[in-house]
Design a protein around this ligand. Sequence first.
Ligand code: SF4
Length: 262
Amino acid sequence: MVLHTERLVACEEQGLCDLLEVFSSIQGEGPRVGERHLFVRLAQCDVHCAYCDTPLCHGVHAHARLERTPGRGDFGIVENPIPVDRLCRRVAAALAGAPHCAASLTGGEPLLQPWVIEGLAPTLRAAGVRVLLETDGNLPDAYDRVRGSVDILSLDWKAPSATGEPARYAEHARMLELSGEAEAWVKLVYVAETPDEEIDVAARTVAEVRSDVPFVLQPCTPFARVRSAPSPDLGLRLAEVAARHLGDVRVIPQVHKMLDVL
Ligand code: SF4
């Protein structure tokens, strides 16, 4: 994992966003699957998951791409980093071009740039869409700073068997606790090798913090270092394990990949 810390510091000082892309599509993950969302994908990430389908997030890019027409994939190029106020104007224009339920702030890890979340939220709310934060769950202090600007928390519970990264369960739990009564869910990507014990610990910990949230098991779509999909039987079994602790357990694959949309 290479985090470009100096670049992030400079971006915050100058009111800039290290951006990858902005586009309109169908939300393909989690309980709000199927909704029309505007995706604002920020650059840089603090982990390196084995299955990461956004490898560009780890690089430094002189340009970002923004869709000209919502949902058409007709991208134009802008200089990156982009001023946050300019990004707000482009996002407002995209939201005016088609009805959206929410704006998904994603990455990379968007909590590496909390000033961007704070800067975007008023524009998003003024346009009548909810602010959905998609996060790897590792940066609870940054979430604490921006949680007033976030309407929906989508927290990835990173299973070491799938990510190849060390467990960060304490950080995940603290972030979930900070979410209070806000709309939230926990999403856990699993692979063929994911053991029952990992799901048991995750679901038990979630139940201790917020037993009301949906717990989404997402079968890993093979990508990068993950070569094969987990079996349907494994999804059923892991859901049974999670249901020992939680009342709302779902198995939801990445639907946008089935639909062949961004
Ligand atoms: S947290 Fe997301 S963006 Fe970061 S490495 Fe993992 S899958 Fe990729």
